[in-house]
Ligand binder design. Sequence first.
Ligand SMILES: [Zn+2]
Length: 197
Amino acid sequence: MDPITLALLGGAVLLLAATGSKGGSSGKPAWPIINKYAQQVPDRTYRPANAFGASRPYSEDYNCYRTHGGIDLAGDEGDVLVAMENGTIAATQGWGGPTSKALLLQTDRGPVLLYGAIAPNSWKEFKLEVGSKVKKGQPIARLGVYPQGSTMLHFEKYEKGVKTNAVWCEDRPKPAKMIDPTDYLKSASNYYDKKVS
Ligand SMILES: [Zn+2]
């Protein structure tokens, strides 16, 4: 699909924001969400509750206290998510409840990127399905809403070939194929290192 068609589908401004001056051909991954919020990565010092490895409440489903296996980025319902790299839509899956899903992108370079919680079927707006090839910066889905009413991009990273998420329990080792996405997100072209209020 060519960029003009995409612009018509996803909004010209959004596409330009995704692939604009600092992104594009730099070789760096694109920032995964397009919105008004600070493009800063939660870590031990900035929004630690949203960082990789943060403690999570007890889960009846998994019979353990969970550990946060991803990073949460601020967002509103309907915000456009973009492919951070060239790749292929590897899978979609349930995520948190009936109002939200996750999408897994197998990058050409190797790692798998998980985007949740996205609006069910929102990839279809961009004419995508499992197996579709996407380019860096291309819109792939829209942010959805967790059943509890919260909205955020929950982002995970895995080794090549993973097609579903893994759950990390506090008293167990990190799942073998799960990768800490902190440095990867910080390497994105639009990331900046200053706190913006
Ligand atoms: Zn999260």
